[in-house]
Design a protein around this ligand. Structure first.
Ligand SMILES: C[S@@+](CC[C@H](N)C(=O)[O-])C[C@H]1O[C@@H](n2cnc3c(N)ncnc32)[C@H](O)[C@@H]1O
Length: 318
């Protein structure tokens, strides 16, 4: 539902740094008067940059499932032409219908979670600080990570951890979780992280052994890949001819889907033959940008077939 100004409470400044900010602006080409959907507005960094360029005659429609993130976005975009809506980007057709908008000039998705959500221990995304095992973007959605960990069978758990975490020790981890929950239900992030670390053989590599299991549970709790597949299938229809869709993904499960869907959509012309990645300057100040990949496609004109893609930007491409 749309938020009023009164719903937006001042909060401490966000810690999240928007990734590939210049590149997003460069590829989405927000003109004066354009209407752009930021489907994952988060702390509002991308939205504020886009809104400044669309001017008073344009608009950015900022969506997020998380009301706490919308509150941060409200602060970052105060005074700019931004409408905030608490909803999932996969509901775009319904949201645009409610706003009486047929088609838009651009759609941006910056997938995954924000550094702010990660630092809020009570939201249960972090294995570094202890908190309740929650992980829901939308606090009103049904299933928490604790529900999955305590209720799925060992086989179902192993499948989730393997499929969404690409974790080769998934069966071992799932067996251990089931053994431990028989003693006492697993309800905190620190206990789960500890169980996962104890299940993985050998010394730690460069990443904490809990990383993949936490990623898998978060993806499953929030049905992240289902949302992505829905927007990939339905989003391009809501772009004006020449309108652009830009998606930043952070792991191969997402990037693979974006790449194939853009490539196989007859209404889209892929502009980034290779994904755009962060410059060395950005990596030096924002390590989170390391795994970010930006892909952009343009809606073909209705009658004349695909347009010629512009030259790939100056940023590095992989
Ligand atoms: C990486 S952050 C976005 C950061 C933002 N671009 C910025 O500049 O601050 C991703 C945001 O997407 C939100 N999100 C995740 N899945 C969503 C979905 N299906 N629909 C809407 N928002 C979603 C998360 O709650 C989070 O706030």
């Amino acid at each position: 539902m749309p938020l009023d100004d009164d719903d937006v409470v001042p909060l401490p400044p966000p810690v999240h740094r928007s990734v590939l900010l210049d590149e997003v602006v460069q590829w989405l080409l927000p003109r004066e008067g354009a209407v752009i959907v930021d489907g994952t507005i988060g702390a509002g960094g991308h939205a504020a940059a886009l809104a400044a360029l669309v001017g008073k005659t344009g608009r950015v429609i900022g969506l997020d499932r998380d009301p706490d993130m919308l509150a941060l976005a409200g602060v970052a975009t105060k005074g700019l032409p931004v409408s905030l809506v608490q909803d999932a980007y996969s509901d775009l057709p319904r949201i645009l219908d409610r706003l009486e908008i047929d088609q838009v000039d651009g759609i941006l998705l910056d997938l995954g979670l924000s550094s702010d959500q990660l630092r809020w221990a009570e939201r249960g995304f972090s294995f570094v600080t202890d908190g309740p095992l929650d992980m829901r973007f939308d606090p009103n959605s049904h299933t928490t990570a604790a529900d999955l960990v305590n209720e799925l069978t060992a086989e179902e758990l192993a499948d989730v951890i393997f499929e969404y975490g690409e974790e080769r020790h998934s069966r071992r981890i799932a067996r251990r979780i089931v053994e431990e929950r028989r003693v006492v239900p697993i309800t905190t992030t620190a206990r789960l992280a500890d169980i996962v670390r104890k299940s993985v053989p050998g010394k730690w590599g460069t990443i904490d052994p809990a990383t993949r299991t936490f990623q898998a549970l978060r993806i499953k709790v929030n049905e992240e890949l289902d949302h992505l597949e829905t927007i990939l299938a339905e989003g391009p229809e809501f772009l004006k001819p020449g309108g652009r869709i830009a998606i930043i993904s952070f792991h191969s499960l997402e990037d693979r889907r974006v790449k194939h869907s853009f490539r196989n959509d007859p209404n889209l012309n892929v502009l980034t033959k290779k994904p755009v990645v962060a410059s060395d300057e950005e990596l030096a100040i924002n390590p989170r940008a390391r795994s970010a990949k930006l892909r952009v496609a343009e809606r073909c004109p209705d009658t004349n077939g695909p347009t010629t893609p512009p030259k790939q930007g100056t940023s590095k491409a992989r």
